[in-house]
Write a protein that binds this ligand. Structure first.
Ligand code: NAP
Length: 284
C-alpha cells in the first residue's frame, strides 16, 4: 500500500520501456516488507540535469541510471565512489544530506553472477568483445580480479585503444591489448574465457552473431554473453556446439540491481531472493 511514508526509488534512462528493474526492486521490497516504490522515468536525452536535480528536490531516495546517462550524471553527484570514478560510469545514486553519491554496481554484479556460475577470472585469459559501457565494467573487473591476460576486441579499434589506456592507468603492468574485431584470428592460441558485451544478437535481431567463424569458438572454454533477451543468443548457441560452458546476462542484471538495493538499504540480500527473481523472469 502506498501511503504518506512510502519512499520513492527509480530508474532514469531513454528508452526505458523494456526495463526489468521495477520488477526486480519492487519484488525485493515486497519480500522484505519495505515501504518502497520503484518507478521508471523516461528522461529527455537533453534534460538529465533537470531530471536529477528535480528528483533530488522531490525527496527521491535512490536512482538507477541506464543508457544514455551513465556518464552524463557524473557532474550532478556530490561524491563518487572510487571504483565508479575509475570506470567513468555510474549506475546507482544514493541520496545523502549533501546530495547524491554515485556508485557502479555493474562490475560487482557481473562478478557475483560469474561466481554463482563457478566462473573465476583470476589467472585466466579473457577476451572482451566490445568496448562500450558494459565492456568498461567488464575490463575493470577482469583487471581488478587479476586475469592473466585480456584482449579487447572491438569494431572501432580506437575505442579498444582508449579502453586499454584507461584500464592501464589504474592497473599498471597488466597484460591487456586492443584488437580489431576482424583480427580475432590473431589471438594467441589459448583456452579463452570470452565475454560478449555488444548488443549484437539482442531481441529482435536474435539471429545476429558478432563472430560466426567456428574456429573462434574452438579456442574457448567459457562463453559469457551480457545479453539476457534472448536468454540464449546465437553467440552462446554456437559456443555450446563446441562444448564450451556458457552463461547469459540475466544474473548480472539481477545482481547489479540487488547490489544497488543493498547500498540504498544497507542490508545483505539473501541469495534465494536472487534465484527466485531470476526464475520469475525466465518463466514470465
Ligand atoms: P554501448 O556502450 O553502446 O557499446 C556498444 C558496443 O557494441 C561497442 O563496443 C560497439 O562497437 C559494439 N557494437 C555495436 N554495434 C555493433 C555492430 N553492428 N558490429 C560490431 N560491434 C558493434 O552499449 P553497452 O551499454 O555497453 O551495452 C551493450 C550490451 O550489454 C547491451 O546488449 C546491454 O543490454 C548489455 N548489458 C547487459 C547488462 C546486464 O546486466 N546483463 C549490463 C549492461 C549492459 P563500436 O565501438 O565499434 O561502436
Amino acid at each position: 500500500m502506498i501511503n504518506g511514508k512510502t519512499q520513492l526509488y527509480g530508474l532514469i534512462g531513454n528508452p526505458i520501456e523494456h526495463t526489468k528493474s521495477p520488477f526486480i526492486h519492487n519484488t525485493v521490497a515486497n519480500y522484505y516488507s519495505h515501504n518502497i516504490i520503484y518507478v521508471p522515468f523516461k528522461v529527455d536525452k537533453y534534460k538529465v540535469k533537470e531530471a536529477v536535480e528535480g528528483l533530488l528536490a522531490s525527496n527521491i531516495q535512490g536512482l538507477n541510471i541506464t543508457v544514455p546517462f551513465k556518464e552524463k550524471v557524473i557532474p550532478y553527484c556530490y561524491k563518487i565512489d572510487k571504483e565508479a570514478k575509475h570506470i567513468g560510469a555510474i549506475n546507482t545514486l544514493k541520496r545523502t544530506n549533501d546530495g547524491f553519491v554515485g556508485y557502479n554496481t555493474d562490475v560487482n554484479g557481473l562478478h557475483r553472477a560469474l561466481i554463482s556460475e563457478d566462473i573465476k577470472i583470476y589467472g585466466e585469459d579473457i577476451i572482451i568483445i566490445g568496448a562500450g559501457g558494459a565492456a568498461k565494467a567488464t575490463a575493470y573487473l577482469c583487471a581488478r580480479e587479476k586475469a592473466h591476460s585480456i584482449y579487447i576486441l572491438n569494431r572501432t579499434i580506437e575505442k579498444a585503444n582508449e579502453l586499454v589506456t584507461s584500464i592501464k592507468k589504474t592497473f599498471s603492468g597488466l597484460d591487456i591489448h586492443p584488437l580489431a574485431l576482424d583480427d580475432y584470428l590473431m589471438l594467441p592460441n589459448k583456452r579463452w574465457i570470452a565475454i560478449q558485451t555488444t548488443p549484437i544478437g539482442m531481441h529482435p535481431n536474435v539471429k545476429d552473431n558478432i563472430i560466426t567463424d567456428n574456429s573462434f569458438y574452438k579456442q574457448l572454454k567459457v562463453a559469457v554473453d551480457l545479453i539476457y533477451n534472448p536468454l540464449e543468443t546465437s553467440f552462446l548457441k554456437k559456443a555450446k556446439k563446441y562444448n564450451v560452458k556458457t552463461t547469459n546476462g540475466l544474473k548480472m542484471l539481477v545482481y547489479q540491481a540487488i547490489l544497488s538495493y543493498e547500498i540504498w538499504q544497507n542490508i545483505d540480500i539473501d541469495d534465494k531472493v536472487v534465484i527466485e527473481i531470476c526464475n520469475r523472469i525466465i518463466n514470465k
